[in-house]
Design a protein around this ligand. Sequence first.
Ligand code: GLU
Length: 418
Amino acid sequence: MTELNNPTFRLAVAQFEQAAAMMHLDPNLHERLKMPERSLIVSIPVRMDDDTVRMFTGYRVQHDSSRGPSKGGIRYHPDVNLGEIAALAMWMTWKCALAGLPYGGAKGGVRVAPKKLSRGELQRLTRRYATEIFPLIGPDKDVPAPDVGTDAQVMAWIMDTYSQQVGFAVPGSVTGKPLSIGGSLGREEATGRGVVDVTLEAMRHLRLDIENATVAVQGFGNVGSNTARIMREVGAKVIAVSDVTGGLYNAKGLDIPELLRRFRGDGQPLRETKMGDWISNEELLELDCTVLVPAALSEQITHKNAAKVRCRILAEGANGPTTLDADQILVDKGVFIIPDILANSGGVIVSYFEWVQDAQRFFWKEQDIRDRLHEIITAAFHRTLQFSTAQRATMRMAALMSGIDKVAQAHLARGLFP
Ligand code: GLU
């Protein structure tokens, strides 16, 4: 499929092939798992506020559903394309399997700059997109969630559109939705909290102190801002954060609560807060720090800048932030990598809790969510670390091999239909 031929899909496949070769994966399974199970491309006509009709392109890709309903976010971004969504769907398959969640992997997206739309336009786009992908989704089939450019409100519109089609409320049709319609406590911060949970485990393993740790976070969306906030709460010094426009650097540590109040609350651009020196996103990645958290888009650390990365731990909040050739350079430099499918799995782990709560119509306390997230993600971290030591594999390859192995076992147990 030539439509899949883009850098992000090539990265996901190259990672898969490297892991598959190391684990001597059955060649028949290898071919099956390389390609998505099902891909849908939809055209989305939207009546704009000026009464013209604009067309948008949307996607939903299900990579694998051998272990359960497929699961994955919906991304609104002007660069979204089929290859990127297929790569993200494949990563969801390994991520869910690695965490032991009873899900396959999927991802969706719309090629749109959501901030350029009015609220009404965004709602009409979302409802039409949800209608177009309706045949594919559902609580037992494929369950969307937020990703880059989407949030709880977008999920609420999808849940409502789905529920209107079937004629009754189906809270479990999406996760990451508002509390008022069956959302879960702790879902919004879950990815960031998971990043901090596994980073603390890595620091314990490397015998590093949180009080002396410095942290740089690329990206100040849901994942980046929650990671920065919780890192500071546990005692680390957050020396830099950034968004698409650039970053703030303060060697003494940024006052994250104050920064969030101004950025989120007052809508003040990062640069105008003047809470640190203004740096570029490239400079942020090259800062001398204990922990670097890329929490923006994919392919940020490449063979071009990997040699200049100076962190001790790379905790991948984003999906696919590091290319394969950069990986090797970082490993050779002794950087401890917590790979994306492990580091950012807190989001989908709490999505799973939300879906379970919706199915049971019984809701948990926030502390229960945090404790169970901690239990699952730290166990996955230690399994990956042990496997990596035993197999003499990098943390990324160990995580991928563990995930792929669980999916392979499901395929072998179920057999090939017909
Ligand atoms: N979009 C998030 C991810 O990439 C969460 C997916 C979900 O909760 O289903 O893992």
